[in-house]
Design a protein around this ligand. Structure first.
Ligand code: FES
Length: 82
């Protein structure tokens, strides 16, 4: 499954998103920018919303997402079907 980044929704703290942090432009690893509430790629500045959708830069497609389920103090992540 590789590396997975988890981020809480800025608008709904109970909602957690899980994405593959590999930028869809050229494969650099994105970072979470707390102030901008975006994933930002350090290589060519692609920007992704907390749910992985592209909001700026040269990225051609969203970050792949995973299903997230919270059970008590555990966060379960699994690939989306399909
Ligand atoms: S590798 Fe991420 S914007 Fe180019």
């Amino acid at each position: 499954m590789g590396t997975i980044l988890l981020a809480r929704s800025p608008n709904s703290p109970d909602v957690i998103y899980a994405v593959n942090p590999t930028c869809t432009h050229a494969g650099c690893t994105v970072d979470w920018n707390v102030a901008r509430e975006l994933f930002v790629c350090p290589c060519h500045q692609s920007q992704y919303a907390v749910d992985g959708d592209v909001v700026g830069g040269p990225a051609p497609s969203p970050l792949p997402r995973f299903n997230v389920k919270v059970e008590g103090d555990r966060v379960l992540v699994k690939p989306l079907p399909g």
